[in-house]
Design a protein around this ligand. Structure first.
Ligand SMILES: *Cc1c(COP(=O)(O)O)cnc(C)c1O
Length: 394
């Protein structure tokens, strides 16, 4: 399609045509046998994507922030100690939510472009009894990737619940919820899961459900209370009709479609694709001598890349020119350095051809704005890197 623009922000993303088609079919009753099957199957497919055969999935109308809110509202009571491990904007959002529910929070904040060391986390967990810790798998404001496996193991050692904000990682980065011992892994539909915005998705471990069941006080958020939603999830999974709040029927039909596409690709292949494309993309960016926000490639996310503007480039002009060149990108999000960088999402349906388009537009945009460089450099580096990654089938 002429003039078609690619949406390359870190959510919402470019959706598969079959997913968009699923959104447009006539809305069925939320208690029809066909829809009950779709809802039940979606819950089951979530377990395979999260790698959590024992977990309890929830599908609720809302955004990723509702998933965060739901985890906190159900697991935390007034006065509980909670450790927040922050690698950017979304780490701090967890602190705000936790404090709203009366938690005593301690925040370990990574310097910009870095992660919090395991030593610092262990030292803090050892200093007092924490009921839970929160971490952001990929902080979308910085493009920083943390390793939940090791943090979850520490949490387990100190009898602390681990809550993972996987909004920018589930179905794009490696996650093994049960094996790693994560108690909550939460996300939203519009990111790597590949469904238009509107669904809050999470899986709670058996331990998380037990902690919730043993609460001393009522959950103070009526809509988010698992007392209202758990029977609904169980009913749909047992293929029985039930009702608490009307489910977003079309979005759930689209979710099932996307989860089937994800399962068909297979998680190993899907994660490899994200890793290969991200690595090649970073090689392209490096070839232009542009600096990425993460201090090393080891902690750079595979679902998005945050890049500093080169000297003399104005962010607003840059974004506008990128749109003229048919690529929609996101600006900075971290308040301290918001105007100094931009973000490119590369998750879900993303392909090598999409990223070649991005790099082509990026080069033209920089040249048009008077930045001196040689055209084609980033695309060459991208291609060479991708060809080197032999598992990746071009
Ligand atoms: C997008 C995002 C959120 C918030 O999700 P919304 O759907 O916008 O509420 C939370 N955490 C992370 C890591 C995100 O990327």
């Amino acid at each position: 399609m002429k003039g078609r623009k690619l949406l390359m922000i870190p959510g919402p993303i470019e959706f598969e045509p079959d997913v968009l088609h699923a959104m447009s079919i006539p809305t069925d009753s939320h208690v029809s046998p066909d829809f009950i099957e779709i809802f039940g199957n979606s819950l089951e497919l979530m377990r395979t994507v999260w790698k959590s055969p024992k977990g309890q999935p929830f599908i609720v109308a809302g955004t990723g922030t509702l998933s965060m809110d739901m985890a906190v509202a159900n697991l935390i009571e007034q006065g509980d100690n909670v450790l927040v491990i922050s690698t950017g904007y979304f780490g701090k959002r967890f602190k705000d939510i936790l404090e709203r529910y009366g938690a005593n929070t301690t925040i370990l904040e990574a310097p910009i472009g870095e992660t919090v060391s395991l030593e610092a986390i262990e030292e803090e967990l050892n200093s007092k009894q924490y009921k839970a810790l929160t971490m952001t798998h990929v902080d979308t404001s910085t493009g920083i990737l943390v390793e939940p496996k090791f943090i979850a193991a520490l949490a387990k050692k100190y009898n602390t619940l681990s809550i993972l904000d996987g909004v920018c990682s589930v179905a794009g980065e490696e996650i093994k919820q049960d094996e790693w011992g994560l108690d909550v892994v939460l996300t939203a539909s519009q990111k790597a899961i590949g469904v238009p915005p509107g669904l809050a998705l999470l899986i709670a471990s058996e331990k998380a459900i037990e902690v919730w069941q043993n609460r001393k006080t009522l959950v103070s958020n009526y809509y988010a209370d698992w007392n209202n939603w758990l029977p609904i999830m169980k009913a749909y999974e047992e293929r029985r009709p039930s009702y608490f709040g009307t489910p977003p029927v079309n979005l759930i039909v689209a979710l099932e479609t996307s989860l089937k596409i994800i399962s068909k690709e297979g998680m190993v292949k899907r994660i490899n694709r994200h890793q290969s494309l991200a690595k090649a993309f970073r090689a392209g960016i490096a070839a232009l001598h542009l600096e990425i926000l993460p201090k090393s490639n080891k902690i750079a996310a595979n679902t998005l890349t945050a890049i500093y503007y080169p000297k003399g480039i104005d962010g607003a002009k840059f974004s506008a020119k990128m749109i003229e060149n048919n690529i929609i990108i996101a600006g900075g999000l971290l308040p301290e350095i918001k105007a100094t960088y931009f973000r490119i999402g590369h998750m879900g349906s993303v392909s090598s051809n999409d990223l070649i388009s991005v790099l082509g537009a990026l080069e033209r945009t920089l040249l048009e704005l008077g930045h001196s460089m040689e055209a084609g450099k980033s695309i060459q580096a991208f291609q060479n890197e991708l060809l080197k990654i032999n598992e990746y089938n071009l």
